[in-house]
Design a binder for this molecule. Structure first.
Ligand SMILES: Cc1cc2nc3c(=O)[nH]c(=O)nc-3n(C[C@H](O)[C@H](O)[C@H](O)COP(=O)(O)OP(=O)(O)OC[C@H]3O[C@@H](n4cnc5c(N)ncnc54)[C@H](O)[C@@H]3O)c2cc1C
Length: 354
């Protein structure tokens, strides 16, 4: 039996990068439309700076936004259990009907259904992960970082600078670090990590994780009291999968009024915060077009190909097209400016003109 029933013109599920930029775009074009934002967490967190909270828990509040404070009654803290063509239901059994819905529930770590991976590893995907990790990091003797993408380099770099008591190792399944970027990026990162005494294990995969050790596919068994894992992502489609299907477009095949974007979405863009924001602006525009009865032709969205990778506190590389430029301080300032800009935009609910 339904407990309470509500209605909102637009419901948005998931308050990450995707969700908030669409909200701003919709509000800009339709100031009076009712928009309700749902998230199971009460804060937005600038996730690309999460590694800076390692061994510095106080940093977290500077990269967060209190959603109730800034979005008032437009924000509802609730976990959505099901997303169906006509309504969504919270775990408390509140039901919301809508004219338009946007699913932006993001992704989670893929444990490949391995129970030991799920039980014994530490993650760095959500703000609460930093609290759990920091409790353990100060006393850890052997820290293993198993990571397939650039954040592994960032995590290893910052831990090497902030924790001199532990042995830190980075394990990557490919023969070179940052294998998706130009070779120079991997070489520079490698030199930097080795200079800071990080052990690099390349071309090997983790097979088992236990509380105090890990085993690799090569048979190597290594002491590891903290194993930080990011072996890939699994999209959070469990709430809508039984009821809704999507192809490579943003619309649901069952309803033209239901959209999906960000990490959860299946199209050609990589799962990054930057791409999530572009997709969301596009969806904000598509809904605003329908509400205002106008039509626009939009260009296909393309991957954003610039990346700044942290090799420590202010020591960063800029990866641009198939090149890498070592730009300490300048890249750091660039990344900080982006962080501050986005946090400011989300607090003021207005995009800055650059
Ligand atoms: C450590 C780390 C570093 C990164 N660094 C970068 C970087 O430098 N540059 C970059 O571009 N990208 C980076 N990324 C990737 C980027 O953070 C993600 O691609 C981006 O956050 C995806 O945005 P999203 O809105 O799709 O999903 P998320 O940010 O995952 O947001 C989804 C939201 O949905 C909520 N939610 C989920 N299920 C429910 C439910 N059932 N009910 C209610 N709410 C729900 C969650 O609480 C969450 O707030 C990094 C990721 C990590 C983990």
């Amino acid at each position: 039996m339904w407990q309470t029933q509500h209605h909102s013109t637009v419901v948005i599920i998931g308050a990450g990068f995707a969700w908030l930029s669409s909200y701003i775009q919709l509000r800009k074009r339709n100031p009076d439309v009712s928009i309700t934002l749902f998230d199971l967490r009460n804060h937005f967190t600038f996730i690309p700076s999460l590694h800076e909270c390692l061994l510095d828990s106080d940093h977290l509040s500077s990269i967060q936004i209190d959603l109730k404070k800034y979005y008032g009654d437009d924000f509802v803290q609730a976990e959505i259990q099901t997303i169906q063509p006509e309504h969504i239901t919270t775990v408390e059994w509140d039901v919301w009907t809508f004219d338009y819905a946007v699913i932006a529930t993001g992704s989670r770590t893929n444990f490949f259904d391995n129970e030991n991976f799920a039980t014994h590893s530490y993650l760095l995907r959500r703000p609460e992960d930093t609290i759990r990790l920091n409790q353990k990091l100060t006393t850890a003797k052997h820290i293993s970082i198993i990571w397939w993408w650039f954040t592994g380099v960032e995590v290893a770099s910052i831990l090497a600078l902030r924790n001199h008591n532990a042995h830190i190792r980075l394990i990557h399944s490919q023969e070179r670090l940052l294998h998706r970027l130009c070779p120079d990026c991997g070489i520079r990162s490698r030199k930097r990590l080795e200079k800071h005494h990080v052990e690099l294990i390349l071309g090997d995969r983790v097979q088992d994780i236990q509380k105090d050790h890990i085993t690799l596919q090569s048979g190597l068994s290594l002491d590891s009291d903290v194993t930080i894992l990011s072996s890939g992502i699994r999209i959070n489609d469990q709430h809508h999968k039984p009821y809704l299907t999507f192809d490579w477009a943003y619309n649901s095949l069952e309803s033209e009024r239901i959209y999906m974007c960000g990490d959860v979405a299946i199209h050609w863009l990589y799962s990054t915060g930057h791409n999530a924001m572009s997709e969301w602006k596009r969806i904000g525009n598509l809904i605003a077009d329908q509400l205002l009865w106008v039509q626009h032709n939009y260009k296909k969205l393309v991957n954003y190909d610039k990346l700044v990778i942290s090799l420590g506190e202010q020591d960063w590389i800029l990866s641009i097209w198939w090149r890498s430029i070592y730009l300490p301080w300048i890249s750091w300032l660039f990344k900080k400016m982006i962080e501050k800009k986005i946090i400011r935009e989300l607090r003021n609910k207005r995009f800055l003109p650059f």
